[in-house]
Design a protein around this ligand. Sequence first.
Ligand code: M6R
Length: 363
Amino acid sequence: DKGLHKHFMAKEIAEQPQVIGEAVRHYLSEDGNSVDLPGDLDFTQVDRLTMVACGTAFYACLTAKYWFEQLAQLPVEVDIASEFRYREPPITKGTVALFVSQSGETADTLAALRYCEGKADSIVSVVNVSESSIARASDLSLPILAGVEVGVASTKAFTCQLTVLLMLALKAAEQRGTLSPERISDLLSRLRATPSILNAALEQDGAVAKAAQQLSESSDVLFLGRGLMYPLALEGALKLKEISYIHAEAYASGELKHGPIALIDKTMPVVVMAPYDALFDKTRSNMQEVLARGGKVVMITDEHGAHDTASDAWCTIVMPEIDPVLTPILYAIPAQLLAYHTAVAKGTDVDQPRNLAKSVTVE
Ligand code: M6R
């Protein structure tokens, strides 16, 4: 049931504050200062975390790599399941293998998990469907509690995956003593407060729809992001191509001058995702490089960032302020809304885009 929404995707985007709130409550300890897992997982003796997934779930893993490395000082490898399974990489003891899948039935991800059986110290999964094959084959399975996701383009499952992965990284940080208990409890209370911040982001729907109207007339769009915004740029580009059929690709901002800058002209809008964080100045200079070549910039940033760049940007979408660690969960919303409104403007089948299946159970 779509309720008052025109599409399941719109409903699922709007549900995010609520489902993320539920996921946070589910994993929060009673005193609110720590993370409770539904089973044993000890990161103290772990040398390496190997994360494997496909599509949007792969981008959730790429985001989580920043968190596990920065918060828990844990080396992380992230791989696309179809590459991992045939490359047959060495998996040594001391490795936790982590599989992320909304459906829990993706053929390549399940095959990658089977490959790790008997090799990794433990097999963990982050899934939306608790009785799925991937969940059942894991030593520990963490539900993301997003509820049924109907839209083929994943939205609420992505942000719930991010939420659970961040909480897992905080658990690892606690066990490994890499963050102070105060910082952990501060981040957890900020996570608890995200639903109201996400609601404020959803109120930018009109501004995003205006930017989308412009994008819908383009045939190519470039997404740029740095740090935690780089995997999100990849996710934004995937969303846009899946449902609007506009060719979109994403680069780490620092890669711009290593190739893609050759594409810049007035016909290819560049979506820059850049909260005003420690990396903002770097991304702003990438934006200037785009402008100097006649490119048009759709800037997704916060008040502070908008103050510095709005006069140069083609359109600006302003997000609420948030702790830099939490930006991926927040900035997913404008990325999803941008794809959604562009698809609506183009009149494509938003919930059931051509050639795509919700669950890819064959190779
Ligand atoms: O069910 P899974 O999370 O394993 O699915 C992985 C991908 O097939 C999925 O994320 C796909 O990329 C979506 N259509 C993205 O919107």
